[in-house]
Write a protein of this length. Structure first.
Ligand code: MG
Length: 149
């Protein structure tokens, strides 16, 4: 067994899509970023490479590389899955910290999107949502933990 953790933060700005786990959450603001800014996918990728002790998202997909400009991060997660070798993901747990919009009604769609990209079952993927007590209005944070066998 190997465990990995990941964490990421993106600033929220008008005119960008809010992408979480490859699913677009309806929102007037979205993550700024070189890629589509999918903060949840970035945390999950870091957790997987962390479990493998093979660097991080920046070392595999550098944000200075024009190939990754505007890329859908879920495609990077699909590539990450090809680095697992003989390892398999047992389960994945995550938390998205966001003041607005509320994610309650989107959680299962986000899980389904992640399941499709990773070829895992929905039962192996947990996505939880927290607000920030209004302390953080213009950013979104994601944390992820993954267990490999
Ligand atoms: Mg990021």
């Amino acid at each position: 067994m190997r465990i990995g953790s990941g964490w990421d933060l993106h600033i929220l700005v008008p005119g960008r899509k809010m992408m979480l786990g490859g699913y677009q959450v309806p929102s007037p603001v979205g993550e700024a970023g070189h890629s589509d800014g999918d903060v949840l996918v970035h945390a999950i990728i870091d957790a997987i490479y962390g479990a493998l002790a093979e660097g991080d998202i920046g070392s595999h997909y550098p944000d200075t590389d024009p190939r990754y400009k505007g890329i859908a991060s879920i495609e990077l997660l699909k590539d990450t899955m090809t680095h697992l070798g003989t390892h398999r993901i047992v389960n994945l747990d995550s938390t998205v910290i966001l003041q607005s919009p509320k994610l309650r009604n989107h959680i299962d769609s986000i899980r389904a999107s992640l399941a499709q990209a990773t070829c895992l079952s929905i039962g192996q993927i947990s996505v939880k949502a927290k607000t920030t007590e209004h302390l953080l209005e213009n950013a979104v944070i994601a944390q992820a933990t993954v267990l490999l066998s």
